[in-house]
Design a protein around this ligand. Sequence first.
Ligand code: NAP
Length: 256
Amino acid sequence: MTAHRILILGGTTEARRLAERLAQRDDIAATISLAGRTSDPIPLPLPTRNGGFGGVDGLVDYLAKESIDLIVDATHPFAEQISANAAKAAAVSGVKIFALRRPTWDQVEGDCWTRVADVGAAVIALGETPRTVFLAIGRQEAGRFAAAPQHDYLVRSVDPVEPPLAVPRCRYILTTGPFREADECRLLEENHVDAVVAKNSGGSATYGKIAAARRLGIEVIMVERPRQPGIEAVASVEAALTLIDQRRSPAWERGE
Ligand code: NAP
């Protein structure tokens, strides 16, 4: 049997874990694709490509050129464009696709969440009264908070926010997770934070700030996930591995 050719759209912990598992298999030839946003990504045990494909058409060409049998969309739940492009390119090319997406965080007792649909709504939800805001939404959309310059900001990201946030009071922390609840508590207390802005990314690596905010009674402005394309999705690497094997079985090919 020839090796099954898989394209993993990555940039997440789940994509890396799936890559680690697939790298051990002789019956699978997988490549992982990164957006190229992070200047110093963690090395991966699979052939890795970086940067955009050039929209849906570019991805369709790539799938044909590389004879891809299956796409696993394991991108960040807020990477809306690449997920939409992948679903369209798969439909045009007749290539199989499924998504690997970690479950969302759910509000639990003691949480003080204000749920908003997007980052623009989060800016408004902070209100007019000056606050000390911990922004933990990644660097790409941090600039939107220039529309609310009355607040003090503490911005954490992996790579620098460029250009810096156009507000009078802003401090930056450059670091990579995971983040523990105890450390997050200390960070929020020491900086007198009274609002956390977060994306509902799910997973354990960045949940510490949510648990810390609960413990300290701090409001979380929670940006909910954008709509995902209507493709099959699994929530764990194990489930993804099972689906990969099912998808290449002769019975599945015959539609049984
Ligand atoms: P995006 O808006 O969905 O993607 C924009 C373009 O980047 C895509 O159209 C595609 O370019 C390229 N691209 C994205 N992911 C790719 C991949 N895995 N391989 C190859 N090309 C890829 O995604 P984003 O700009 O990266 O991020 C959007 C949101 O997700 C932001 O809110 C960000 O904070 C959050 N986020 C993303 C990541 C991530 O790894 N992507 C990680 C953490 C947070 P072409 O159209 O040219 O193919």
